[in-house]
Every structure is written in C-alpha cells, then in structure tokens.
Design a protein around this ligand. Structure first.
Ligand SMILES: C[S@@+](CC[C@H](N)C(=O)[O-])C[C@H]1O[C@@H](n2cnc3c(N)ncnc32)[C@H](O)[C@@H]1O
Length: 269
C-alpha cells in the first residue's frame, strides 16, 4: 500500500492541473503528435488514479495522437482499479501493477513518452539515473510534472513557519520505498540526469496557488505537514500544536503558495 488515498489525490488534482506549466505540457503533446507509428504509447509512472491522463486529455492528447494507448504503472492496485473504473470505457488503458524500484523490468518498451506527476520527489537518485539511461536507449521522452521544490509561503505568516518548513523539507528526503528520496532536489536532479544522457531538458515552475476555494485541500495539507514533522525534527510539540491550530483557523481565508516544477526531457535527434 502506498499511503496515497484517493481522497487526497482528488483533493489536490484541481490545484495540480492549474499549476502545470501549459507550455511544457503542449510541447510534450507536440512530441506525441510527431509520432508516425500506428499505436502511440504513453507510460505514466506512479499513475495513481490517472491524474496525468486526465490533465493531458483535457489539453488535447487525443487530438495530438490518434489511437493513443495509456499504460498506467503503479504499485497500488486500489489506485489502478480506480483509474480503470474512471477511464476504462473512454481510453485505451493497459494497467501494470509494478514497483518502480525494478526499473529494468518496467513495461517501458515502445513508449514515445514516459510521464509522471507528483512522483519524482519520492524517488532516489539511483532510480532517476537508471530510468534516464533506459529511456535514452530507446529514444523515449520524459514529462515529469509537479516536482515539489521546497518553497512554501503562507499568508498570514506565523513565527514557526520557517522551522516547520525546514523540518518538512528534511522529511521529504526520507526513504519512501524507492531509496533515499530526492525531495526538494528532484527537478534539478532530473534535469542534470537527462542532460547527461544527451536530452534537451526544459524546466518550468508550477506552483500551487491555494486560496479560499482550496480550503479542504489546505486543511489536509496542514494535517499532513504537522504529522510529518511531529517527531524526529526537534520541534516543540506545544509550539507545533499552536502552529497547526493557527494554520487551520486561517485555512478558509489565507493563502498558501507551494513551489513545484515541471520537466520535459526530449531526446536530441
Ligand atoms: C503523490 S502520488 C501521485 C499520483 C498521481 N501521479 C497524481 O498526480 O495524482 C504518488 C504515486 O506513486 C505511487 N508510488 C509510490 N511509490 C511507488 C513504487 N515504489 N512503485 C510504484 N508506484 C509507486 C503511489 O502509489 C502513488 O500513486
């Protein structure tokens, strides 16, 4: 079990879609449309319930690539089943239950594009290096959206914000099952790793801008951050409790910007 609930993934999806850099997404689709083969294939890693499929469909994926096949890869069967339930009748989907640690045996063969969203901050250097080498061998592009970059700005501010953020960013590096996580460095590491393999890499900011309409998501985010930093980072429990209460009290009227970046790596022909 991955620990990513359908509820949390649904809560964040609107903010994720708004945050995605649309220029990079359009370039990823252009790359798909230049493909001459009869069966264009996108492999979405850590697909969850299909957020990338929905985002790229909304941005015109089906127009860019006729007969598009989506291969969704995740280790959580419940999330894959939910993706199939939502899209099995409208899209051609191949679902694969697999652990991303086993890069060599992932079903990437034939993919024109490998996509992912909100995944690479969970992943280790080693996984990125192996993935970049494998994609380079087969001339596959990578579109990796929504890599957390470590910047969070709350309004109104609270005196504990920077301590909480520092602790949270440390927690982001914890091993989440894929080796020591890249956390806030995932975007820059992806860029360097794919450039090393000869790719042309573009990177763009894709911050969440959360306000009143995201109240439920912000409340879940506050809860998640407070739990993540509760032990092991030296924060005073009472101070953290007050921070959490303050943040929840302001969730309906305050704002929160959470930095992410998107990466598009295209093989140089
Ligand atoms: C933050 S969620 C993002 C899900 C989806 N891409 C989205 O944007 O809604 C991370 C996803 O990676 C998957 N995942 C985490 N570790 C994995 C692993 N070792 N192997 C395969 N999938 C994994 C989780 O099950 C989850 O679906």
């Amino acid at each position: 079990m991955s620990g990513f609930s359908v509820t949390w993934l649904d809560l964040r999806e609107g903010a994720d879609f708004a945050a995605r850099d649309k220029t990079l997404a359009a370039r990823a689709l252009q790359w798909m449309s230049a493909y001459a083969d009869a069966i264009p294939l996108i492999v979405d890693l850590g697909s969850g319930t299909g957020s990338t499929l929905r985002a790229l469909t909304a941005l015109g994926a089906e127009d860019c690539a006729k007969n598009l096949v989506w291969r969704l890869v995740d280790h959580d069967p419940a999330l894959l089943n939910e993706a199939l339930r939502r899209h099995g009748k409208t899209h051609v989907i191949e679902d694969y239950e697999a652990d991303l640690l086993a890069i060599d045996s992932l079903p990437l063969t034939g993919a024109r594009l490998v996509s992912a969203s909100a995944l690479f901050d969970l992943v280790s250097r080693n996984v990125v290096d192996k993935l970049a080498a494998r994609l380079a061998q087969q001339g596959t592009a990578l579109y990796a959206a929504l890599n957390y970059d470590g910047c969070t700005q709350w309004n109104p501010p609270h005196p504990l914000d920077s301590d909480v953020l520092e602790a949270f960013n440390k927690d982001q590096r914890r091993d989440k099952g894929l080796g020591m996580a890249l956390g806030t460095d995932s975007g820059s590491y992806l860029k360097a790793a794919f450039e090393k393999q000869g790719y042309e890499v573009q990177m763009a900011d894709s911050p969440w801008t959360l306000g009143t309409e995201n109240r439920a998501m912000v409340e879940a985010l506050i809860d998640g951050i407070a739990s993540a930093v509760a032990t092991g980072y030296g924060l005073n429990p009472e101070a953290l409790h007050h921070w959490k209460q303050f943040r929840l009290q302001n969730a309906a009227t305050g704002t929160c910007i959470v930095g992410h970046n998107d990466i598009l790596a295209l093989p140089l022909s």
